[in-house]
Write a protein that binds this ligand. Structure first.
Ligand SMILES: C=C(O[C@H]1C=CC=C(C(=O)O)[C@@H]1O)C(=O)O
Ligand SMILES: [Mg+2]
Length: 466
């Protein structure tokens, strides 16, 4: 059982009340405790009763950083189009100003952390599908479990207003203890069965690929990523816990995420990092170009070799490398990337992969990097603006948060965003899955269609439909 020694809370609480009164506005009080190791999925489940709809989950592919948030102490949300990344950054800094943070640890991603993301294209006409997610949406949780290189920390965040007194803190301690005492690895959510799969306009989608290929041959556009949707219907409410459990065991090489908002849950297992910033160190990923895994080791190797020499896929990949290099050069004084792609093999698919590392200039912020990078030609196309415009015109899908930056930022300017592909939106008894592919001049609609089908596999399996 996880316990926390309460020794200083009264002192800290009194300080917080005093500061909120002096400033005449609410302030954040945050305290961090090192705790015994906790199973992150069990912690997520322990929040179900109290915080269902207000939770998030994050795990990076190396298991270095696992984050689970319960409850919302503050929400940063907006549908602002211009400067949307900087708007979030400003709101985050404003929220942190004058806060009281009791954190004696130097690890990243402990203490106040915001988690969330952005829509792919705020100018795309919105449909009902994504009505529960604003174009920019971040949550600062009430309770954050951070497991950093195997060490567990619990951050408690509270908003203290000028009208509060110490009873606020005794309520928080009570709630925190209830959560900690209800962590169990025996929790089982109800399971559901898939009853129908509805592929959304596959023929029209192929026509849109053909149309774009024609333009790529003649015009200034070089690449456009086109995505499509699979709608699944179940015989009962889909439990995010079950999907997370399965992603956790089936997709260990990927970022695993879940983000609940107003009853819906955006969830997935993405192999693609957009950017990580730790101090002035930057990590990014070029991931584009795909082929299936083989049934046998030999077939798998041959498929990998084919991908490494396939001109269509190499071009598709190279556009991403060029753009990311250019985008990071502006903010970094050192960038290292191999001159040839390697293979990234994940359970259902292999990709061309070029890792990028760099050192950024002193004042570079995480959101500046996100702004420069999103969308890379692995999700949007090349040239960036023209490709996004083309997607806006021809794509049949409201992408919402799919293919967009999703991740976290801590109060010390570190953070990481993945690109939220291989994902789906859970909505009660239904789910939408999303998959896209890089269309270049040499693309063929049928093979791009099959590539997107392959990309649905991880989420389909996690939902019990494979
Ligand atoms: C857009 C997706 O994948 C991107 C990432 C890797 C490979 C891709 C490709 O080969 O087309 C895509 O650019 C998706 O999975 O929905
Ligand atoms: Mg492709």
């Amino acid at each position: 059982m996880v316990t926390i020694q309460e020794t200083e809370i009264n002192e800290r609480g009194a300080l917080a009340v005093k500061r909120a009164k002096e400033l005449g506005r609410p302030i954040l009080v945050s305290e961090v405790h090192k705790i015994d190791t906790v199973n992150p999925l069990a912690f997520f489940k322990a929040g179900k009763e109290r915080f269902c709809g207000e939770r998030f989950f994050w795990k990076d592919p190396t298991d270095e950083i696992v984050l689970v948030g319960l409850g919302i102490s503050k929400q940063i949300q907006s549908d602002q189009v211009t400067d949307r990344f900087f708007h979030v950054e400003k709101e985050w800094e404003k929220f942190l100003k004058d806060s009281l943070i009791f954190n004696t640890y130097t690890e990243i991603a402990v203490g106040p952390v915001m988690f969330g993301g952005f829509s792919f294209d705020p100018l795309k006409e919105k449909t009902e599908l994504w009505s529960k997610f604003a174009d920019s949406l971040f949550h600062i949780p009430k309770y954050l479990l951070s497991i950093i290189r195997g060490q567990a920390y619990l951050t408690t965040n509270a908003i203290c207003t000028s009208h509060d007194d110490l009873s606020l803190f005794s309520k928080i301690i009570e709630e925190r203890n209830l959560i900690l005492h209800s962590i169990t690895t025996n929790y089982r959510a109800k399971s559901t069965s898939l009853i129908r799969t509805n592929e959304i306009m596959p023929e029209k989608w192929k026509e849109s690929v053909d149309g774009v290929v024609k333009e790529l041959t003649n015009g200034p556009l070089k690449k456009v990523v086109l995505a499509r949707e699979l709608r699944l219907i179940f015989d009962g409410q889909i439990e995010a816990e079950n999907v997370l459990d399965r992603l956790f065991s089936q997709q260990q090489e990927s970022f695993i995420f879940a983000f609940e908002s107003n009853g819906d849950c955006f969830i997935g297992a993405s192999p693609e990092r957009l950017v990580k910033k730790q101090g002035n160190e930057i990590f990014s990923t070029c991931l584009a170009g795909s082929i299936s895994r083989g049934e046998t080791e030999q077939e798998d190797r041959l498929l990998g070799e084919k991908l490494l020499t396939d001109q269509k896929n190499l071009i598709e990949h190279q556009y991403v490398v060029e753009m990311i290099k250019e985008a990071l050069e502006e903010s970094c004084h050192e960038i290292i990337l191999p001159d040839k792609p390697q293979l990234m093999k994940i359970r259902d698919i292999q990709h061309l992969y070029t890792p990028v590392i760099g050192k950024c200039h002193k004042d570079t912020s995480l959101m500046l990097l996100v702004e420069r990078l999103h969308p890379t030609p692995a999700l949007g196309g090349l040239p960036k603006e023209a490709a996004v415009e083309k997607i806006r015109q021809v794509e049949l899908l409201d992408r919402g948060f799919y293919a967009a930056p999703l991740g976290w930022a801590d109060y010390r300017r570190n953070g990481e965003f993945a690109v939220s592909i291989r994902s789906g939106l859970l909505q009660g008894e239904e789910a939408s899955l999303f998959a896209g592919c890089g269309v270049v001049a040499d693309s063929e609609a049928e093979s791009e269609y099959l590539e997107t089908s392959l990309k649905f596999t991880p989420m389909l399996r996690a939902l019990g439909g494979k």
